[in-house]
Ligand binder design. Structure first.
Ligand code: 9MR
Length: 344
């Protein structure tokens, strides 16, 4: 009898191995950052960019570790409306298709920004009425195209200066500050379900720039303008110190009834990296993850790509880099383990 039972158990095990195959191994693999974040009702994402999608090991990790992606460039104005009235969504679509295949959600980035605009837009003067029509058409065509495919939009990106005054952009100069409310209303008309964000860097701490967002958000909410969230990019740098008021700052936006998200996280340092700098970086990654988890309505965290191989930092800040949780060989750094610990 006992012998029989053992034989049955043995046979069952053999069948199980045969059926599950390598998937049986998955049980021993650590949960992904996405798995861990989901237990808190958050997402954990990464930006990506079209040229990187030919790198198979990179794409594999992108597809398995994260449950959200943001196109780093593919949905920007220069890419999506290269000639006036001629729209090209191929780059954004490629990323949306990849996300769908990997069961990931997509943040749309970005509709209105002073940078990476097409020449036809920046190369001439516009009368206010003309530019309003151009802006409305751009926003509504793109939002309609991605309706049901992105869950959130960075509608206006980087609208303020460091001192909290409005950034002098083609939109501000020509249309006045009301362009922000208009952009939000137009986007909402085109997709009433998508979450609409304002997004900026250096607004992680309480200070003049984040105060400007706080005041504007309060005003827009009071006027019934469809604003749902504030994106804190969180491009941090070791030499500037950790934004100690991050959690309080997230909380005050949340009290306005707004979502928040850390949308473009990286933590750069002067090269070469060493053990001490990487340890501090890891601590900061852990701390910002905990800050988001501590605040209701901080809905998720997105790295501005996940590997140093594809970070924007070295090209923009001379002598700086090593900003992401995976190194150039796609090996996890201390920061990765610190994020895991914070999510556990
Ligand atoms: O990651 C983007 C990089 O590939 C582009 O060259 C750069 C051009 O400004 O934009 C980068 O992304 C930016 C994002 O769209 C808005 N916040 C700052 C990001 C880093 O510059």
């Amino acid at each position: 009898m006992r012998k029989n039972r053992l034989a049955v158990v043995g046979a069952l095990a053999a069948v199980l191995v045969a059926v599950t195959g390598p998937a049986g191994v998955a049980h021993d693999e650590p949960p992904t950052l996405a798995d861990l974040a989901q237990r808190h009702g958050r997402y954990f994402g990464s930006a990506t960019d079209n040229p990187e999608l030919t790198d198979a090991p990179y794409v594999s990790l992108l597809g398995s570790e994260f449950d959200q992606i943001t196109p780093g460039n593919g949905m920007k104005w220069y890419a999506t409306e290269p000639q006036q009235g001629v729209f090209d969504f191929s780059q954004g679509d490629e990323i949306v298709d990849l996300a769908r295949a990997n069961h990931q959600k997509v943040r749309g980035h970005t509709l209105v920004w002073h940078s990476q605009l097409p020449d036809w837009l920046t190369g001439r003067e516009w009368k206010a009425g003309e530019l309003r029509a151009v802006l409305k058409k751009h926003i509504q065509t793109e939002v309609r195209h991605y309706r049901g495919k992105v869950f959130a939009w960075d509608v206006v990106n980087e609208a303020f200066n460091e001192d909290g005054t409005y950034r002098d952009t083609i939109f501000y100069r020509t249309l006045g500050p009301g362009y922000i409310a208009d952009a939000l209303r137009w986007a909402h008309q085109a997709d009433p379900r998508v979450k609409l964000y304002l997004n900026d860097y250096n607004i992680e701490s309480v200070g003049p720039k984040s105060d400007a967002y706080y005041r504007l958000a309060k005003e827009l909410r009071a006027q019934g303008v469809p604003l749902h969230g504030i994106g804190l990019q969180a491009h941090l740098a070791l030499q500037y110190g950790y934004p100690a008021t991050l959690e309080d700052n997230l909380r005050r936006f949340s009290r306005l009834g707004l979502e928040t998200a850390l949308t473009e996280v990286d933590i750069r340092m002067y090269l070469p990296a060493d053990e001490e700098k990487l340890a501090t970086q890891a601590e900061w990654y852990g701390d910002l993850t905990e800050a988001c988890l501590a605040v209701r309505r901080c809905v998720g965290i997105t790295l501005w790509d996940y590997t140093d191989k594809y970070s924007w930092i070295p090209a923009f800040f001379e002598g700086e880099g090593a900003a992401l949780p995976w190194d150039e060989e796609l090996r996890p750094k201390p920061a990765y383990y610190a994020i895991r610990d914070a999510l556990k």
